[in-house]
Design a protein around this ligand. Structure first.
Ligand SMILES: NC(=O)c1ccc[n+]([C@@H]2O[C@H](COP(=O)([O-])OP(=O)(O)OC[C@H]3O[C@@H](n4cnc5c(N)ncnc54)[C@H](OP(=O)(O)O)[C@@H]3O)[C@@H](O)[C@H]2O)c1
Length: 331
């Protein structure tokens, strides 16, 4: 990006008599049938300054009812619903061809799936599906919108990563790997794209109360986890799962709260590369940051989970009630 083009972008320039800085930005969001994607689409579509035209996509249009109801009168005005399966290049191309001018100003890679359980009991196909959706799904979309953004020398790519993109979490190895992959990919790309005035933001929520956890627990309750030894199964079912439920109950955010953070990031003139959404989770994430060797994080979480479970639960309750009164980044 030349400094000149940044100045032009910030002052607004005229194209066809329209001040481009004032024209609504087209925002394409993947995975809007529920959760964070749905909330974000609705909040952006109801922006009181009408700064956005939202293309809210989902792989199964049979699920669009909840979104359409939540969108209310924004439907057909500032919000349209379109089909998009991030695992299909054809679907990505088809979706973009339906957008006026094919121009996406803001891309939100939100679609994602989880996978939890002892590694030995998970099929390779299930693991590949997580990588294909969470990582390659985002790559497919970025490759499709990037030429247009580069041509116009502006754009913003938002990626719904996770705190699990920063630190591994036991029994979530594949899901965490997919989010780590996103972090490495987009941090690398961000360097090149600044040259084109295109920003990247990795949004890193902690636990969020959406269908996501429900789907995972349902999947876990019907899975046998063959080839898994009894000790590991016991750690998973009797120690990890209750702790995970407690974590969601105590420090879980609502999708509305997460969407609000993303709306701010999208409205920002100089979006950050990373944005955590949940200050109550930050003490857990900080364990990794203070010790580059990684031992502090691994040993502390191991002890909290397997040895000091009561302390873990007490700590989570303290975080939930706010009695640990230190306000830390992010605010
Ligand atoms: N919930 C959490 O605790 C949490 C924490 C950190 C990060 N995140 C991330 O936040 C994002 C949104 O998750 P959420 O919590 O809002 O869960 P959610 O309610 O389950 O939403 C996930 C969305 O992704 C869609 N999706 C899955 N596979 C797809 C595909 N191949 N093509 C297009 N869409 C697809 C789902 O569509 P269907 O309805 O068709 O399945 C759904 O709309 C995910 O990337 C997730 O990893 C979630």
């Amino acid at each position: 990006m030349g400094a000149g083009s940044q100045v032009l972008a910030s002052r607004g320039h005229l194209r066809g008599g329209i001040n481009m800085a004032d024209a609504p930005r087209t925002v394409l969001i993947s995975g809007c049938s529920s959760g964070i994607g749905l909330e974000l689409a609705v909040q952006l579509a109801h922006d009181h300054r009408q700064r956005y035209r939202v293309v809210a996509t989902m792989r199964d249009l049979g699920k669009k009812g909840t979104l359409e109801t939540a969108a209310g009168e924004a439907l057909g005005q500032t919000l349209t619903v379109a089909q998009l399966d991030v695992c299909s290049e054809e679907s990505v191309a088809q979706c973009l061809s339906c957008i006026q001018g094919g121009e996406v100003d803001v891309l939100v890679n939100n679609a994602g799936v989880g996978l939890v359980g002892p590694l030995e009991g998970l099929s390779l196909a299930a693991m590949q599906n997580v990588l294909d959706t969470n990582f390659f799904g985002a790559v497919r979309l970025v490759r499709a919108v990037l030429p247009g953004m580069k041509r116009r020398r502006k754009g913003h790519i938002v990626v719904i990563s996770s705190v699990m993109g920063l630190q591994g979490v036991v029994f979530n190895e594949i899901y965490a790997a997919s989010k780590f992959a996103l972090e490495g990919f987009f941090e690398s790309l961000a360097v090149q794209l600044l040259q084109f005035n295109i920003f990247i933001t990795l949004v890193e929520p902690g636990p969020v109360a959406t269908d996501f956890e429900g789907k995972l627990l349902e999947q876990v309750s019907t899975t046998e986890f063959p080839d898994t030894d009894p000790d590991t199964l016991h750690y998973f079912r009797d120690i990890y799962l209750p702790a995970s439920r407690e974590l969601f109950r105590s420090v879980g955010q609502s999708p509305q709260d997460v969407a609000q953070v993303i709306v701010k990031v999208i409205g920002s003139a100089r979006p950050p590369l990373r944005r955590q959404t949940n200050a109550r989770y930050t003490p857990l994430a900080a364990l990794k940051a203070v010790d580059p060797s990684g031992s502090l994080y691994v040993r502390t979480t191991h002890c909290l989970l397997f040895r000091w479970t009561r302390l873990l639960n007490l700590g989570l309750r303290c975080l939930a009630c706010g009695c640990l009164r230190f306000r830390i980044w992010p605010r």
